[in-house]
Design a protein around this ligand. Structure first.
Ligand code: NAD
Length: 353
């Protein structure tokens, strides 16, 4: 391997962006020649699902409305029985990462094409990654065939998103971009995407929180989160995502809220050792990026510490040991003491600056 050579691999995906783009989902089915569609949608997306069902007409073969976080294999098995019974030849997923994960799980087992219609900012629709759980064990696959062939970004599907999920899901997206900036395999393309994502999220999120039903700012936030999803797809994530995986897996914590809680302490921990990331962030958000993100994260009207999330303080050192034993690539090198101290700050809710 030549460490001076950077590899950038683009993933093939059609994206439809804009108000009423949802009405084009059925056309995407037609483009791939499918005629028997499985429609997966969370209850939160019932209105959009109805609209798509109507547009599909007789092409709608089956519906499923109970996707679960972390793609439990038992739920996938239930849906696979429906796929086999109906001969579904395409899957449309409308919802957050849970619905999109389920469509990926169906697609990887059958080869059927996917149309993803995200209603959060988590970014799964952009990635070639699927995490599945069985008996509490998470297995992750990565394969370019997992990327949905088409994605529909319709900001109107996010207008009713509650303020809490809006804030935490947007900060979840921000974390993908921040970690892409300090990733060891960042490329000029991911740097551009991530820088634009950071600026876009941090300018659009306050506008959206002021007026959550305003479609233009919702559209800007959704587009910035799309760029973050592309960063997640193309770069290796660091300490922030490792902590999210280890803590989320060990204690079954809410995905977006956990990311929101982790981001400020991890930024404060890493940025002194990541001057190029700091420079890019200051260019788009001003001299104190940690303070800007901190204000948004601390505005969350929900759990903001590991203690609030129910993580036992006595487990923190063991978590730090697991992280340091097999660290994700990170700009600041990790010791058990330093990670344990960081986790303890997160537990207490004191953030470094
Ligand atoms: P989610 O899909 O579980 O959604 C969270 C809750 O919000 C659900 O109850 C959902 O019904 C509701 N919801 C979704 N959109 C809404 C809207 N517009 N308005 C109101 N309510 C809405 O959560 P998520 O944060 O989108 O995704 C998290 C899951 O996705 C995790 O399982 C995570 O591991 C996975 N994920 C995977 C990848 C990947 O690349 N494979 C990337 C990101 C996330």
């Amino acid at each position: 391997d030549d460490a001076s050579v950077t590899v950038h691999e683009s993933l093939a995906q059609r994206a439809l962006i804009g108000r009423d783009a949802i009405d084009r989902a059925a056309d995407e089915v037609d483009r791939v020649g499918a005629r028997r569609v499985l429609l997966v949608a969370t209850p939160s997306a019932a209105v959009a699902a109805e609209r798509v069902a109507e547009a599909l007409g007789s092409w709608l073969a089956a519906r499923f409305d109970r996707p679960a976080p972390h793609t439990p294999v038992a739920v996938t098995a239930e849906v696979m029985a429906v796929v086999e019974a109906t001969g579904a030849d395409c899957v449309i997923a409308i919802g957050g990462g849970s619905a999109i994960g389920l469509a990926k799980a169906v697609s990887v087992r059958t080869g059927v094409p996917q149309v993803a219609v995200p209603t959060t900012y988590a970014g799964s629709e952009a990635t070639p990654v699927l995490g599945e759980t069985e008996d509490g064990v998470k297995t992750t696959r990565r394969d370019s065939s997992l990327v949905p062939g088409a994605v529909v970004y319709d900001p109107d599907l996010t207008l009713a998103m509650p303020a809490g999920l809006t804030r935490t899901s947007a900060l979840n997206a921000l974390a993908h971009a921040v970690e892409a900036l300090w990733a060891p395999n960042a490329t000029p393309v991911t740097d551009a995407l991530a820088t634009e994502a950071v600026g876009g999220i941090l300018s659009a999120l306050p506008e959206v929180l002021d007026d959550p039903t305003e479609p233009a700012s919702r559209g800007r936030l959704q587009s910035a989160a799309w760029l973050s999803g592309l960063c997640l797809a193309q770069t290796r994530m660091g300490l922030h995502h490792q902590l999210a995986h280890v803590l989320g897996g060990a204690f079954d914590l809410p995905h977006a809220e956990l990311h929101t809680m982790l981001l400020v302490p991890v930024m404060a921990f890493n940025l002194p050792e990541a001057p190029a990331t700091f420079d890019r962030m200051t260019r788009v958000v001003g001299p104190d990026p940690v303070a800007v993100v901190s204000e948004l994260a601390h505005g969350h009207d929900g759990p903001t510490t590991l203690a609030d999330l129910g993580v036992p303080r006595a487990e923190l050192r063991g978590i730090a040991e697991r992280v340091v034993a097999e660290p994700y690539p990170n700009p600041r090198s990790l010791t058990v003491d330093a990670v344990a101290a960081l986790l303890d700050e997160m537990w207490q809710g004191r953030s470094r600056s």
